[in-house]
Write a protein that binds this ligand. Sequence first.
Ligand code: KG4
Ligand code: ZN
Length: 347
Amino acid sequence: MRVLGIETSCDETGVAVYDTALRGAAALRAQALYSQIALHAEYGGVVPELASRDHVRKLVPLVRQTLAEAGLAPADLDGVAYTAGPGLVGALLVGAGVGRALAWALDVPAIGVHHMEGHLLAPLIEDGDPVHGRPAPPFVALLVSGGHTQLVAVEAIGRYRLLGETLDDAAGEAFDKTAKLMGLPYPGGPQLAALAERGTPGAYRFARPMIDRPGLDFSFSGLKTQVLLAWRDSDQSEATRADIARGFEDAVVETLAIKCERALDAAGSDTLIVAGGVGANRRLRERLQAMAARRGGRACFPRPALCTDNGAMIAFAGALRLQAGQHDDAAVRAVPRWDMASLPPLA
Ligand code: KG4
Ligand code: ZN
């Protein structure tokens, strides 16, 4: 089954074709991504109306480009998957409208995919490491993006039990806001991480939020305030900025690692999968891999390009559901707020 995937929930237009008849990396026949970063940079954050208008401009050409790269005509598609939510409603409506209309014209089924399920399944797109192969449920998933920080017990694909989540800022949001308050341009997360590489470990030590409390929830807004005070009272030199970035990154990574280990204990699992934009963070990857290995288990990540928003994860998640016989009716579906636990199981 050849499924076109469309992602437009925020500031990236992503398109991909996933072919369930092919194995391994070849199944992802083509993908293309257009990032709106330059468009939003001067405002210091995503401007929803500008995001929607840019998706309108870019989506159809990107669909054409992706099909051409896959060597396919529109009529070769067997299904269309689009991100139905959660996300910015105007941005979602562009992908939903184009995706639904295309499926209607081609007389193939369409499915609205949950963006976080797309992230969660991204580590399953490719073959995985040569020893263990592709991870399979049950496992624990850490979802760390710009809008979400969640620990989820995955009993099976489509059966998600929330173990904990952030009470305020998401991990990616904390990276972005912290970067901004130290004067880094939007989107600050990856830049803050790059800066932290040059910082001295231990020069600044920030409290790890919520680790002395039971439960698996997170809170990152206090950490941001700690950084603000440290930055304000510092000499604000380049070296200090790097040291503070390092202290912040270490605090986030350490907090996530402690909670992930507790979540594995709580779920009785030895496999952790990590997805979402912050999953691209090198130090987080190393720290979680070391933690899982120490327990005799493993931590699985998509390659960094599949951690951040992309069309491939939507094509893949949609293909699994379409293959299981699930699809939507003719309505154009956009669900800005959508609880992942309400999704139906796959089988
Ligand atoms: O999953 P994603 O692309 O979009 C959402 O669904 O939100 O995640 C974007 C988030 C941003 O907050 C960005 O700053 C963060 O992921 N991010 C990173 C890194 N790369 C992206 N945060 C820390 N280190 C990185 N290397
Ligand atoms: Zn995302």
